[in-house]
Design a protein around this ligand. Sequence first.
Ligand code: AMP
Length: 211
Amino acid sequence: MKLILLGPPAAGKGTQAEGIAERYSLAHISTGDMLRAEIALKTPLGLQAKALIDDGNLVPDDIINAMVASRITQEDCKIGFLLDGYPRTIAQAEALAGEVDIDAVLDIDVDADILIKRVAARRVCTQCHHSQTIHEGEAEICAKCGAALERRTDDNPESMRHRLDVYYQRTHPLIKFYRDRQLLVPIDGSKSIEEVSAQIFGYLDTKFGRA
Ligand code: AMP
């Protein structure tokens, strides 16, 4: 199974990717996580990417394409993989098509007003990097490992508005790109985490058989 998770920022791609990767034993490839790891290690790529990410801009296609092309040849991808946050441009989708045949593109659709509310409440664990939503008055402690939570540096209102503009201009055209190739699977992402998972698992179980 070679899958893509498409959708605007804060649509729930990362959360759903964790569940899908576990259920079907797929490698979870998040280009955002890979870039944040480079930033934490202060590599040349990380230093270049940090300013772009914090302002809500995309990292150049050639850098991301090379990063993913190398990642998908690794051993853990042999059984299958799930791309989360890649491709984000038509040029990336074309580069990927030159590397590998994708089986399905799950497009998680959520209205912009819901996304802006979600991003304001989104926190990430400083230890295990699990992403979660906090409610008013709740302690900022990771539900998985108990470590402190923090806000992503790009989860501020200005950056989020810009990321949404970038999404509609650069990434949204991929919906037509994959629909034309009969790969698009629309998913209603406005529902609860469990309901969105049920839609995705229902589709994948039917198409590929229960893992
Ligand atoms: P994410 O964690 O998927 O929301 O990604 C965080 C940020 O990393 C994005 O806002 C971009 O700045 C950068 N990024 C992640 N994936 C890509 C990609 N496929 N192409 C370009 N930039 C990316």
